[in-house]
Design a binder for this molecule. Structure first.
Ligand code: ATP
Ligand code: MG
Length: 414
């Protein structure tokens, strides 16, 4: 243990950080609500099997990245590494199938035991949207358009690129898997250890390997295109036509398979070159088999998740909060009155800073430091005359204002 340090890969979020996070979250929520997505919150921890069953035993998340523990009652618990499994669990345990289609928006912390670096943390935050109960490609178009519109609203559409692929339906994937295993099997000796392991259990994931040697082999692998059956090809064509109609630019990336095992048809990522190695800001896809695999009713689903830290690094500085008024009492009597005045002003909507100690000069310095718009100086003489000295801290003008006209006078500082 290293005393009073934060755990590696975790960050404190101070007010400036939170303002950036809030900008991302509030913008995303506002756009999502216009698409009819309602905000939900699921627990930060679930029974470990929720993630084990859904993410598949071969995914990096399950094999290497989960924060799991046995609680005092002996239950195996995992801090959520992603949203989809928890939402699918909520859909099943909440008996929501009569209410389909369902559209959800959520945001919150995620936990993965990863190698921390810029844009890669052990506790990070995501916004996430899920659309349940829509099997048609219109759902894929909508969910991508929603992601795109959020990036547009955040001012990031110029710096982000949509990469798009299809994983086809189960039949197409089985056909492709066979050719892919044959090809990769012929190069088995040169594959990384991880990829040799995946070769049997989940060969598609080798396509997404970050290992240099793997990448060379993958570059020569047969493509999925030729193995898509008619239905899958038509599905993908509809998605692409929909994106074209909405003028959402994309780049086809036949190697894009996503990290998780339960995806089919559309897979996509929004990436940027502005963040170095951790360039994926949003990733998602269709997961029609997931809910049934978890023991629920067969229900199609599609969604995406975006990293709030990565988006927060990209956006422009959010506007500063409203400038406060500074109340500056002089003397014991004024001190008591200052608290009352400050509260009255807060109640009518002003942000008010109240120095706690120091002489006039000290308090005015502090008022400037907090970028106060005006100082309300409560001196003994003025109070005797039922008045307050109001100093405009931008122009330096000072006026004595009778208490009963204060609110009217302050309107200029709103
Ligand atoms: P990567 O390839 O970067 O590991 P991933 O495929 O594991 O990403 P997802 O599970 O799709 O990522 O998560 C969606 C988004 O959440 C990512 O695109 C990224 O913006 C963000 N994200 C994922 N892992 C982290 C992390 N450890 N720290 C910060 N953000 C993360
Ligand atoms: Mg990852």
């Amino acid at each position: 243990m290293s005393g009073l340090q934060p755990v590696r890969g975790t960050h404190d979020l101070f007010p400036n950080d939170i303002r950036r996070h809030r900008k991302v979250i509030d913008t995303a929520r506002a756009v999502a609500e216009r698409y009819g997505y309602g905000e939900i919150a699921t627990p930060i921890f679930e029974f470990s099997e929720v993630f084990q069953r859904t993410l598949g035993d071969t995914s990096d998340i399950v094999t290497k990245e989960m924060y799991s523990f046995t609680d005092r009652g002996g239950d195996n618990i995992t801090l959520r590494p992603e949203y989809t499994a928890g939402i699918a669990r909520a859909f099943i345990s909440g008996g929501l199938q009569q209410h389909l289609p369902l559209k959800f928006f959520c945001h919150g912390p995620m936990f993965r035991y990863e190698r921390p670096q810029k844009g890669r943390l052990r506790q990070f935050h995501q916004i996430d949207v899920e659309l349940l109960g829509v099997a048609q490609p219109q759902g894929d178009i909508e969910i991508i358009a929603l992601g795109w519109d959020i990036l547009v609203a955040l001012g990031l559409s110029e710096s982000c690129v949509l990469e798009l692929n299809t994983l086809g339906d189960g039949t197409s994937r089985a056909a492709y898997r066979k050719v892919l295993v044959e090809y990769l099997g012929a190069h088995r000796d040169k594959l990384s250890e991880d990829s040799r392991g995946r070769l049997e259990r989940n060969p598609l994931r080798v396509l997404d390997s970050k290992d240099e040697a793997d990448r060379k082999i993958v570059a020569g692998a047969p493509g999925f295109e030729q193995h898509l059956n008619l239905e899958s090809a038509a599905f993908f064509a509809t998605v692409r036509a929909g994106l074209d109609a909405l003028k959402i630019p994309y780049k086809l990336n036949p190697r894009l398979v996503r990290g998780l095992d339960y995806y089919c048809h559309t897979a996509f990522e929004f990436t940027t070159t502005a963040l170095g190695a951790q360039g994926t800001v949003m990733g998602g896809g269709r997961y029609d088999g997931l809910i049934e695999a978890m023991g629920g009713p067969s229900t199609p689903g599609i969604g995406w998740a975006a990293g709030i830290e990565r988006l927060a690094m990209l956006i422009a500085e959010p506007p500063s909060p409203a400038r406060p008024l500074a109340v500056v009492p002089m003397g014991a009597e004024a001190e008591a009155m200052a608290q009352v005045l400050a509260r009255d002003l807060r109640r009518i909507g002003f942000a008010v800073e109240l120095g706690y100690s120091g002489n006039l000069k000290k308090r005015l310095q502090r008022a400037n430091r907090v970028k106060a718009r005006a100082a309300l100086i409560l001196g003994e003489d003025e109070l005797q005359r039922q008045a307050i000295a109001v100093r405009d801290l931008d122009s330096g003008d000072q006026q004595e204002v009778p208490l009963n006209r204060l609110e009217t006078h302050l309107a200029r500082f709103r």
